[in-house]
Ligand binder design. Structure first.
Ligand code: Q9C
Ligand code: ZN
Length: 666
């Protein structure tokens, strides 16, 4: 099982820069690379990655996307003097050439292809290419927006050819529209392109009509181009996560890609002079984490923009940390998307509904009169870059905690052997008198005579102590009585001072956990049975969900439409995922919910499984120990009418309180 992360970096790509005065291009500086790399060093991330050398892309590779004439022009800049370079640059929009531009552009593209090869061959699981020049604005015969060759577009064509891929997802989280990528794949259904971008109704660069939400692709590619224009600056963590839940992720999972390429621009992060958005560095951890279950984990991050050096470097570091499988820091800020973001989300969902099954369940409607239209852009509030530096200095200290030295605590019956669990810490001690006393309220007399149960619960309580004090990243309990262990676990973590515990119960439990009515627990039950009565209005919810017969899955719909937005709204500090033998969803679905919930509560997660559920144990421990689930979900199977109806009813109740559930502006 590979679990390594590749890092592509070569300081030779710093050997070009702007040689004349041009305020528009002045932000694209060589230090963008060295600052990012230094920060990775600072966090000791470089040595944890597999460092791969760059190489020059060949002419054949370049012309997978670019015209031979354009290649000739770029090549000719090698021998130009400054005046000629300046003249050539002026033939394009927001572009500049240097004598070394051609060489660096070849390394930048070649480095990208090295990453694709490493990931596709299985040498590494995922990786990041720290490169310049960036690529996503460049077009068949044009340099544009600091981009020379379209690294990501060539990488997609290259991967299609070399590895015979049918479906590639490109996620462009740079704050600018990658119009170059859109043009190249507009009519190609094998490449799903998603871009969010500062747009302001077209008043922001590159000021294109075709950057709006209604450019959905052409011909056979109709439905495979997703634009999410931001019509206001200041979009933040909640807006980005909402865009992922309500637009990108359902479509991406339905598309079921074989490879994911990210146009990873960090000008969408806080402090960037171009983007003027507010997303903090850990947001990029979450975005990365949410993409990791796709394509069996084959995820390539390719640097695009990012012009606030500190913000760029921190966000790059958060991305690489997450690729390596470190716990994802809690997302800061209010988890309520803004009105303008919801307008954009609503419209993007509406125009794509005819092409994607998973969008057909909800009512979608077009918002014709967008609230911010006609308003002039907010008065330019000049944010001093150094204020952001100071903010980031303290912010990162606040959100980053040392990674627990134990990865996974295992509570298993005596003599249990399980390959995935080899080498992780196994709890040995049994239930002490005091502990039994504290947990006693959920035991009955019969339980107290059940020695194997007492031993299991005793070990679990020790493991929970380690979990709450963050000595262990997560925990898996193989229990002789999962339902009772779950009830004890909830009680114990509250006793240890947990403030917000998100409990997810898959299947039916005999012992009903005792819940407090103080907001300290949020209970979600996913079961095939009919809905019991709700007692604890906004802190208790039941989802009727059944796996449908046939190849494929529908569970991701419930995840992105309901479970994850609920969890992100609640912002738990601990998660309990309990599975019973009597469950209505498949093992893959359990693996997926397990993986995705790891993005919350800094990974403080306990999984409770019946000890005889061998397959579930295998899958869960793989996710917990290796932070991976090389899953392939197959096609999207729409859920039954009855399940959909139930989900809608739950949504109606819950979304008044939990704001990330909302995907309509009005
Ligand atoms: N004030 C990349 O991020 N200038 N390119 C826009 C608006 C061009 C950005 C001017 C920005 C190009 C890769
Ligand atoms: Zn950009």
């Amino acid at each position: 099982m590979v679990s390594s992360t590749a890092l592509i970096y070569d300081e030779e790509m710093m050997n070009y820069k702007l040689l004349w005065d041009d305020p528009e291009c002045a932000i694209e500086v060589p230090e963008r690379l060295s600052c990012s790399y230094k920060r990775l060093h600072h966090y000791e991330l470089v040595k944890r990655c597999v460092q791969l050398p760059v190489r020059e892309a060949t002419e054949e590779e370049i012309t997978l996307v670019h015209s031979p004439d354009y290649l000739k022009v770029v090549k000719s800049t090698q021998t130009m003097d400054v005046e000629e370079l300046k003249r050539t640059s002026k033939n394009y929009i927001a572009a500049y050439f240097h004598q070394n531009s051609y060489r660096c552009a070849k390394l930048s593209l070649g480095g990208t292809l090295q990453l694709v090869d490493a990931v596709m061959s299985g040498d590494v699981r995922n990786g990041m290419a720290l490169i310049r020049p960036p690529g996503h604005h460049s077009q068949r015969s044009q340099s544009n927006g600091f981009c020379v060759f379209n690294n990501v577009a060539v990488a997609a064509e290259y991967a299609k050819d070399k590895y015979n891929l049918q479906r590639i997802l490109i996620v462009d989280w740079d704050v600018h529209h990658g119009q170059g990528i859109q043009y190249i794949f507009e009519d190609d259904p094998s490449v799903l392109y998603f871009s969010w971008h500062r747009y302001e109704h077209g008043s922001f660069w590159p000021n294109l009509r075709e950057s709006d939400y209604d450019s959905i692709g052409k011909g056979k590619g109709t439905g495979y181009n997703i634009n999410l224009p931001w019509n206001q600056i200041g979009m933040g963590n909640a807006d980005y996560i909402a865009a992922f839940f309500h637009v990108l992720l359902p479509l991406a999972f339905e598309f079921n890609p074989e490879l994911v390429l990210v146009s990873a621009g960090y000008d969408s992060g806080i402090g960037d002079p171009e983007g003027r958005m507010c997303a903090t560095p850990e947001c990029f951890s979450h975005l990365t984490h949410l993409l990791m279950p796709l394509a069996g984990g084959k995820l390539c991050m390719i640097l695009e923009g990012g012009y606030h050096l500190r913000s760029l470097a921190e966000s790059v570091s958060m991305t690489v940390r997450t690729l390596l499988g470190d716990p994802v820091p809690k997302l800061s800020g209010e988890m309520t998307p803004c009105y303008s973001a919801l307008e954009s989300i609503q419209n993007a969902r509406h125009v794509h509904a005819p092409y994607w099954k998973c969008l057909l369940h909800d009512e979608t409607r077009l918002l014709q009169d967008i609230s911010t239209k006609g308003l002039s852009a907010a008065a330019p509030s000049h944010v001093d870059a150094s204020i952001v530096d100071e903010f980031l200095e303290s912010h990162m200290k606040k959100i980053l905690h040392p990674t627990p030295c134990i990865s996974t605590c295992v509570v298993a019956p005596e003599g249990h052997t399980h390959t995935q669990l080899a080498g992780v810490q196994v709890e040995e001690s049994i239930l002490s008198k005091e502990q039994a006393g504290a947990a006693i309220s959920v035991f009955n007399q019969e339980d107290l005579n059940n020695e194997s149960l007492l031993i299991s619960v005793g070990k679990m309580l020790n493991a929970l102590d380690k979990l709450v004090s963050r000595q262990t990243k997560n925990c898996i309990t193989l229990s002789p009585n999962a339902s009772l262990s779950t009830a004890v676990a909830i009680q114990h973590v509250l006793h240890l001072g947990a403030e917000r515990v998100f409990c997810v119960i898959i299947g039916d439990m005999d012992t009903k956990p005792k819940l407090t009515n103080d907001g300290k627990t949020l209970l979600l039950t996913v079961s095939g049975d009919k809905t019991p009565e709700r007692i604890n209005s906004h802190h208790e919810t039941f989802l009727k969900w059944e796996e449908r017969p046939g190849e494929g899955s529908s569970f991701f719909y419930a995840l992105f439409r309901f479970i994850l937005p609920l969890a992100y709204s609640y912002q738990p500090d601990l998660i309990i995922l309990a599975t019973s033998s009597n469950r209505s969803i498949g093992t893959k679905d359990i693996a997926l919910i397990n993986s995705l919930l790891q993005g919350l509560a800094e990974g403080a997660f306990i999984s409770i499984v019946p000890e005889n559920e061998v397959e579930t144990i295998e899958v869960l421990s793989n996710v917990l120990v290796n932070c991976t689930s090389a899953m392939h979900f197959g096609p999207y199977l729409p859920p039954s009418e009855e399940c959909m109806q139930n989900l809608k009813e739950e949504l109606a109740v819950m979304q008044t309180e939990w704001r990330m559930l909302q995907c309509l502006a009005n």
